[in-house]
Design a binder for this molecule. Structure first.
Ligand SMILES: [Zn+2]
Length: 459
């Protein structure tokens, strides 16, 4: 397969922007790019990129795809209230629900320019089929590069944790299932479409022992570590009360800071916490819509960047950021930082870098993803910037980041077309959406049969 996109505005993230240039793809890799007319390449398919902006495909570094099936609930809750309201709903899920929710969630991500997504699945009710495999099947159907994290919780209410005991697993079960997931699915090859991470859920739902043993397992297998951290003030208080340490210090004590770790949220950080993340090379997944929805706070992203912490973006689970498109998180990140720190806190180009190279670094794939450079994987998003309305913005990168989501002309994953002209080409788009909505209806029905009722809204 050989494809040349020509007459296009290139924002490669690495290296200078090219206002009118070309990008050549051979097989699953980028073969070259440059200004002016494309060099001759006999037999190559040519795509006219006039009026379009080409960027690296966006990388989503925090999600819970199963939550597509529980959107619009506990609308006015804090994180802990929201979790307590939803744990028992999620306990009713099965593999079919996860499959439908994940496919709809991934289809939605593809339509907003995402080429690689992580998925943190941490709830495994017994006897409901292979929930981890269900997400992987969905990613294969939609055609996105996938980094599922085998999550876990072993610290239920009876051990001082937040979740009810019925949704947690036993430590040995977790470690066995996690090792099996890595052995069965993790592909370390450079073109990999599937890499597995190890991801105990949070300090308030995973024991210290689960955290340390998970870290040992991940390091033994050569895979990455992920968890939620420093999301809310409540978590700060919980950690101080239960462990005598704030979240980052607690994770440091457990051996959980390092270049193989990325943390979701990292909202409530002190200067010393930021310095620790920088020195250890620990990354952060910034999820501004979810943080806003739950009133969790505004992460110190511009300060983290200044101090050398890697930051990527995440939409977080759809139950705390309904229908959030990944492209929109660039705008949210930019506006949140500017609202807190002023108009020079984050530029449009920096926001694009968070969504691409920052994400690739979180997933340990900066050598293969996150920029448009020869030799990297051909994960590319092509956005229309010359529409009758969008053409009014002088700078295409500004249009992409400052404005609402732009029309997506083409989305390539390893050179394969996943989206063309705003439509999913790998799977039936509307059927996928309907199956996601049906998964939600079934989840609530199952939950009700188990005696769980959920009010829409909080009060
Ligand atoms: Zn999350």
């Amino acid at each position: 397969m050989s494809l040349i996109i020509e007459n296009v505005h290139l924002a490669p993230v690495a290296g200078p922007e090219i206002a009118a240039g070309w990008l050549r793809i051979e097989g699953d890799r980028i073969a070259g790019l440059g200004p002016g007319p494309a060099p001759g390449a006999p037999g190559a398919e040519r795509l006219d990129g006039t009026g379009c902006l080409a960027t690296p495909g966006l990388v989503n570094t925090h999600h819970h795809l199963y939550q597509w099936a529980s959107q619009g609930l506990a609308q006015d809750a804090t994180l802990f209230e929201w979790l307590v309201a939803l744990y028992r709903v999620w306990a009713a899920m099965d593999a079919e629900i996860v499959r439908g929710a994940s496919a709809a969630g991934l289809g939605w991500l593809a339509l907003s320019g995402c080429t690689t997504s992580s998925d943190h699945h941490y709830l495994f009710p017994k006897g409901r089929g292979d929930l981890f495999a269900a997400g992987i099947e969905a990613a294969r159907e939609v055609g996105l590069r996938f980094h599922p994290a085998r999550g876990s919780m072993d610290r239920g209410e009876s051990r001082g944790g937040l979740p009810p005991d019925e949704v947690v697993e036993d430590l040995d079960e977790i470690l066995d299932a996690t090792a099996e997931a890595v052995d069965a699915y993790h592909d370390p090859s450079p073109s990999s479409m599937l890499r597995v991470a190890v991801a105990p859920c949070s300090p308030f739902s995973a024991s210290g022992e689960l955290m340390t043993q998970s870290a040992a397992l991940a390091r033994d297998k050569g895979v990455r570590l992920h968890t939620h951290l420093a999301e809310t003030v409540d978590e700060d208080e919980h950690c101080l009360e239960q462990f005598g340490l704030r979240p980052v210090d607690y994770m440091d004590k457990l051996g959980w800071l390092g270049p193989d770790v990325w943390l979701a949220h990292a909202v409530h950080l002190s200067d010393a916490d930021i310095a620790k993340l920088a020195v250890t090379g620990t990354g952060a997944a910034h999820c501004p819509s979810s943080n806003g929805r739950l009133g969790a706070g505004v992460a110190r992203v511009s300060e983290m960047l200044r101090r050398g912490v890697n930051v990527g973006l995440g939409v977080d689970g759809s139950a705390s950021s309904e229908l959030t498109p990944l492209a929109g998180e660039m705008r949210q990140a930019l506006l949140f930082q500017r609202a807190r720190y002023g108009p020079r806190a984050l530029t449009a180009r920096q926001a694009l870098e968070l969504a691409t190279l920052g994400g690739a670094r979180n997933l340990g794939r900066e050598g293969e993803l996150g920029t448009l450079e020869p030799g990297k994987l051909a994960d590319v998003a092509l956005w229309r910037v010359d529409g009758p309305y969008t053409a009014a913005v002088a700078d295409p990168v500004c249009a992409l980041v400052f404005g609402p989501a732009l029309p997506l002309v083409r989305l390539l994953v390893g050179g394969r077309t996943v989206v063309a002209d705003g439509e999913l080409r790998t799977a039936p788009q509307d059927a996928l959406g309907r199956a996601g909505a049906e998964a939600g209806r079934r989840l609530l029905e199952h939950a009700e049969r188990r005696g769980v009722t959920v009010k829409v809204g909080m009060s």
